[in-house]
Design a protein around this ligand. Sequence first.
Ligand code: IVH
Length: 690
Amino acid sequence: MSTADLPQALFEKVKQLHKEINQYNHQYYVLDQPSVPDAEYDRLMRELLSIEQEYPELKFLDSPSQKVGGQALKAFSQVTHQIPMLSLDNVFSSEEWAAFIKRIQDRLNSDKKLVICAEPKLDGLAVSLRYEKGFLVQAATRGDGSIGENITENIRTIKSIPLKLIGESGIDYPDVIEVRGEVFMPKASFERLNEMAIKKGEKSFANPRNAAAGSLRQLDSKVTAKRNLDFYAYGLGFVGELTVNNTLANEQVFLKNSHYQRLCQIKSLGLPMCPEVRLLDDQQQVQHFYQDILSKRDQLSYEIDGTVLKVDNILLQERLGFVARAPRWAMAYKFPAQEELTVIEDVEFQVGRTGAITPVARLKPVFVGGVTVSNATLHNQSEIERLGLKIGDTVIIRRAGDVIPQIVSVVLEKRTEDAKDVIFPQTCPVCDSKVSKVEGEAVLRCTAGLFCQAQRKEAIKHFASRKAHDVDGLGDKLVEQLVDEGLISTPADLFSLTEIDISTMDRMGLKSAKNLITSIDKAKHTTLAKFIYGLGIREVGEATAANLANYFYTLTAIRTASFEALQAVDDVGAIVAKNIVNFFKEEHNLAVVLALDAIMTWPDIVVKSADELPLADQTFVLTGTLSQMGRSEAKAALQLLGAKVSGSISAKTHFLVAGEKSGSKLIKAQDLGLAVLTEDDLVALLAKYN
Ligand code: IVH
């Protein structure tokens, strides 16, 4: 079949794929400014490869599938790789991985277990380092796989790359040895670099890999030297001897027959090897390795995007050989993409407990970071302006770890003519009241307070929440329904609900109605601190509420306190004091507070002078994740007992409470020889005094 016999549409499709892939290649490799996520690029490349496989007549000589990367930059001299620098094929599931192993076994005509060398897939850029007689003589980027850029001067600035190998040439290693590996920028350095760029009003980098690429492609190596790049070796290029007349003979007597052992050899010559590399005996271990590295991902100091699995035996590697772009003996088993493309279908506005109006993007559902995402917060107007976002735009969405999904950027190339501006509401989208924007704040707020249906609902949800009055059985949906049906409009109304009222709501029987009434009744008995917290005053969290209660002792004293008096309380600055005064000044708030005061009871606070409290004069620092209580809850409880809770460790600290994933504070406390308490110790301590 000739090209002419193929449907025109398929031909057009291939040309379109060429165009898009070439454009993305250029942005990625030459400009260091990718405009789409890797997952999108990989998908286009896979699509092109599969068409080319089915219709070889559509595999043109200039197809981007014939290239590994982009062209070498003009500004650097070019280096021809003696052995090409190849790429890797990807799999994304255990099934695809199993199919890969099966293909290898078929090709080798053996069903013997394959020993696999497993490595993290480092997210940086590949380089080849050439050592002659032990000295670093040349370093090159991958470029298009055959020709790269000469970046020797820049590589010399990387502290972990030795300029001279350990040992003696011809005895400990061959005369010529090319070490291949990944140059990357550690996460911490990347963050510091971007912070500085933003401060100076310069452009920031999208991710550590672009930062690493941008830093290596500096014509002035002094700039590279400041960038704190690092390197891990993962393989070898050319290895050989310089003979008498200076011609090369490929000589491998120095090298072991196992990829893993070769990496260890490279390490003993003084080059860094990733500490996570493992030798695995079977497929179950491979799955374990993948899961283990995935769960460690956020804790690693460098960015990775999957694992690389290699047949360990070099003789088998040689038998398996290469296909166009990649070795048959290695495979990247990648993590689910953390960035994907999707479309903004609409932008809606939500009203929160404090009236803050938040734009929320409704997305075309997309699978990213292991879950399907269909909404993303856009935070506020300045965020929308920063992104330059319109409704109908294609955007990059990112979801890393358990972080909430974020819109990273708009793909302008994909904007259509009917993209619409995001218009902010002039009045509250729920109650139509006036909206206001406080000077210096990015947020737009509805001014109606508890008149606004949305704020009523949120105030009631907050009042009933676990850390406030913990009304068991009163879920968000039920609150919304009760408000929508007009049965309640303030937290005080909860106490006049009847079993009959509740049992008429969706999915509520008489039994659950009875239980709910019991938990509402239980909520009548509380503490002053919880009462204040439960009111949901802006920026008055548990710790501040406890401080207010301990300072003023009575509700009347708190609600009539002046702006100045309030600021005498720990943790209360001008902004919080103003929020408190404004809250009680608002008539409908005050009416609700007085109604609640008539219904609810709390024990009197026994007036003790501060130095009579059991933990008076003791300074605590809290760090890490506390699983039985929040950090703010722990802080409030300690303060109630007279302790000081500070944010940083010093010689004045008495105790460090170290939750899970404690970092530098724990190390510092240990260095200073301070008493370290676990969360269980803290719980026991609090129980002793309560
Ligand atoms: S081996 C012939 N090992 O992934 C095999 N590559 O997608 C060549 N990469 O260009 C690569 N970590 O920049 C290998 N442990 C690792 C790797 C790794 C990251 C990068 C490398 C390569 C790209 C291919």
